[in-house]
Write a protein that binds this ligand. Structure first.
Ligand code: SAM
Length: 339
């Protein structure tokens, strides 16, 4: 079933290149389900009765799993969570994946611990980093993250800038009546810092399912808020860099991105696999189906991982699937699955 969204004008279909869907090209590995923030669209509260997984994969198991996935054609890896910097071995995971050799290695973080970890992550070979930041107002930031400290996040971003990553992007989930008046301010601030800002439509995944119909701000509206700063072109996807669409600033020096998981669900271009912190491979964020390869990863049993990968990939919905607007998305736990 697909939720109806009558009030939204659909964003333009991007001219996406045809995607090889017989096997995944990119994987998002969720190294921990724990998080030190509880964003209002992601999880209910800090203490919602959720018991963090005890059987998380360790560094060795991640090494074996990623090695096997790369042997089967995965070339881009993003480390996420939960909050990936809460996983003690995160720097070592980066070092191992860099040693395996991938085209692209990136990480998504809330940056609460990035001040201390930016330089070690960069030294270990992390190329690109995305930081989630929903507001530049400390009180609003604390409210949207249920207790997060904007000061710590800004210190983390400063450390990332000093560490010299190839690219820093920000992720801002735009919620009506929460932070929809900050799209221009966040864009100007990011550009001044040499960062690529990205604005995300809230998706009906997990906790977001309670908010998305009433609070989603669609691509058209977000794009209009920065129209005077940007060229008139429609936003375009960047090849091999996920579903975000980008548009250039008028002076040509900057870009701003939009992720349209609600008004344009982009399933037809999806080449992405997800691995949960407990070693479950999933082919779609909006479904709970998956294949547990944790034992195989711990044993380094490549043949079983390969079978698990094929079985998980066979669960990939076809191009008619409407991603996070499907009703199954509401029962997905973003923490357990990995964002
Ligand atoms: N803890 C890390 C962080 O905060 O970036 C990584 C995990 S978080 C789940 C990854 C991204 O998913 C964040 O940018 C977050 O804003 C986004 N996200 C979580 N729930 C969402 C929802 N319902 N709709 C849209 N984006 C969501």
């Amino acid at each position: 079933m697909v939720f109806a969204l009558p009030i939204l004008a659909a964003s333009p279909r991007a001219s996406e290149p045809a995607v090889e869907r017989t096997s995944p090209r990119s994987v998002r590995i969720s190294v921990t389900d724990r998080c030190d923030m509880a964003c209002v669209y992601c999880r209910p509260t800090m203490t919602d009765g959720y018991v963090p997984a005890e059987d998380r994969l360790d560094v060795e198991a991640w090494d074996r799993l990623v090695r096997a996935l790369v042997a089967r054609g995965v070339s881009r890896v993003r480390i996420t969570g939960g909050e990936p910097l809460m996983f003690r071995g995160v720097v070592e995971v980066v070092r191992r994946i860099r040693a395996i050799g991938v085209e692209d290695l990136a990480l998504t973080t809330n940056a609460s611990q990035l001040a201390a970890l930016a330089a070690p992550l960069r030294a270990a070979g992390l190329a690109r980093i995305n930081v989630s930041i929903d507001s530049l107002d400390p009180a609003r930031f604390a409210a949207m993250t249920r207790g997060g400290s904007l000061e710590r996040v800004l210190a983390g971003i400063e450390a990332a800038r000093a560490a010299g990553f190839d690219e820093i992007k920000t992720n801002t989930v735009v919620l009506r009546d929460h932070n929809d008046d900050e799209v221009e301010g966040l864009t100007r601030w990011a550009w001044e810092c040499g960062i690529v800002p990205r604005f995300i439509e809230v998706m009906g995944v997990g906790e977001g399912a309670k908010l998305f119909q009433s609070h989603v701000v669609g691509y058209r509206e977000m794009r209009a808020k920065v129209a005077h700063l940007c060229v008139d072109d429609e936003a375009e996807v960047e090849r091999d860099r996920g579903p975000a669409k980008y548009v250039r600033s008028r002076d040509g020096n900057h870009r701003v991105g939009f992720i349209t998981g609600t008004t344009d669900t982009f399933c037809e271009g999806c080449d992405r696999l997800r691995a949960s912190s407990t070693g479950v491979l999933r082919a779609c964020l909006s479904k709970n189906d998956g294949v547990d390869v944790s034992d195989a990863a711990r044993r380094g049993d490549d043949a079983s991982i390969e079978r698990g990968l094929a079985d998980a990939w066979a669960m990939k919905p076809d191009a008619s699937w409407k991603g996070c607007t499907e009703s199954s998305a509401a029962s997905v736990n973003m923490r357990a699955t990995g964002g």
